[in-house]
Design a protein around this ligand. Structure first.
Ligand code: IPM
Ligand code: MN
Length: 356
């Protein structure tokens, strides 16, 4: 198979982990006889520094021309501490999602058995947890009108959803539920929000088309509580942009660490694959970032964008073997991990590559 892959490392540890993700793709191409052609582009803080724009036109053009994108992270503390900054790295991310029509963000929360002890949640509550989130990604309060009034003393962000936007993400979630345990949980705040009432109405209207799927509706506050009380009761979850953002960070603790979680953003055209962790400036340059989320993002890319399931499984199996062999990065080590088994980004990357 011949494909063009665009590598967009972005900021901070994004650069360190994406390098490992790319190496894994190169190894897969070698092993399975594919031809992957790579290009690279700037986004986020590094793009602002180079061009003044967090998502330069050149990057967007390269994105449109590629078959899939392996993405790192964007962000820099300099902007977090300056709420008045007009140009921000995150604007690049949001613009990319909108421009590429990436309305569906898939976030699989899968716990590797070897990491049962890495979470702060009790192993007996966690064991066997396997959740697939569908987070809507191009609507909601993220993209509605925002502004200030009363001389800047009042601020507003408008949350908006159209029937069509809810329907297309809900359909994807229903379809995914068909391939899993046939359970779908739709999360909203329909007791308060009008957007959530539309959301619930649309999901309910679709349900008769999927008679094999059991649909449950939960309020987001209660879902947040149930996620850590009894994560196994969830399978496929579909929710709005902001709720999905918050719930998936929470759910990352089921998998032991944010450093283990990959995501796929898909929609009308090219898919973007990225870790759910951010740019991690507190550990940037230390060589300790866990590259597994990027490597698992590469696995999702192969599976979802190219239909290469066997190749994708080979990556997941390599990670499983590395964990079984006892190797850990700092974030997933626990009190039983011997210090010599705690590896840095590149060293654990090598252990993964050896097992593909
Ligand atoms: C994510 C991130 C982004 C989001 C930020 C960086 C804008 O937290 O991808 O989850 O809120 O969507
Ligand atoms: Mn987030």
């Amino acid at each position: 198979m011949k494909k063009n892959i665009l590598i967009v490392p972005g900021d901070g540890i994004g650069q360190e982990v994406t390098e490992v993700g790319k190496k894994v793709l190169i190894k897969i191409a070698e092993k399975f006889g594919h031809e992957f052609i790579y290009d690279e582009a700037l986004m986020g803080h590094v793009a602002i520094e180079a061009t003044g724009n967090p998502l330069p036109d050149e990057t967007l053009e390269k994105m449109r021309a590629s078959d899939a994108i392996l993405f790192g992270a964007v962000g820099h503390p300099k902007y977090d501490n300056d709420p008045t900054a007009k140009v921000r790295p995150e604007q690049g991310l949001l613009k990319m999602r909108k421009e590429l029509g990436l309305y569906a963000n898939l976030r699989p929360i899968k716990l590797f058995d070897e990491l049962l002890g890495a979470s702060s949640i009790k192993p007996e509550i966690l064991k066997g947890s396997d959740i697939l989130f569908f987070r809507e990604l191009t609507g909601d309060i993220y993209f509605g009108e925002k502004g200030r009034k009363n001389n800047g003393d009042t601020a507003y962000d408008i949350a908006e959803y159209s029937r069509y936007e809810v329907e297309r993400i809900a359909r994807r979630a229903f379809e995914a539920a068909r391939t899993r345990s046939k359970k779908l949980c739709s999360v909203d705040k329909a007791n308060v929000l009008e957007t959530s009432r539309l959301w619930r109405e649309v999901v309910q209207a679709l349900a008769p088309e999927y008679p094999d799927i059991t649909v449950e509706h939960q309020f987001v506050d209660s879902a947040a509580m149930m996620l850590i009380k009894d994560p196994r009761r969830f399978d496929v979850v579909v929710t709005a942009n902001l709720f999905g953002d918050i719930l998936t960070d929470e759910a990352s603790q089921i998998a032991g660490s944010m450093g283990m979680l990959a995501s796929a953003s898909v929609g009308d055209s090219t898919g973007v694959y990225e870790p759910i962790h951010g740019s991690g400036h507190d550990i940037t340059g230390m060589g300790v970032a866990n590259p597994m989320a990027s490597v698992l993002s590469a696995a999702l890319l192969l599976d979802i964008s190219f239909g290469l399931k066997e190749e994708s499984d080979a990556i997941i199996s390599a990670i499983e073997q590395v964990l079984k062999a006892g190797f850990r990065t700092r974030d997933i080590a626990d009190s039983t991990t011997a210090p010599e088994m705690i590896l840095g980004t590149d060293a654990i990357g090598e252990e993964i590559l050896k097992r593909i």
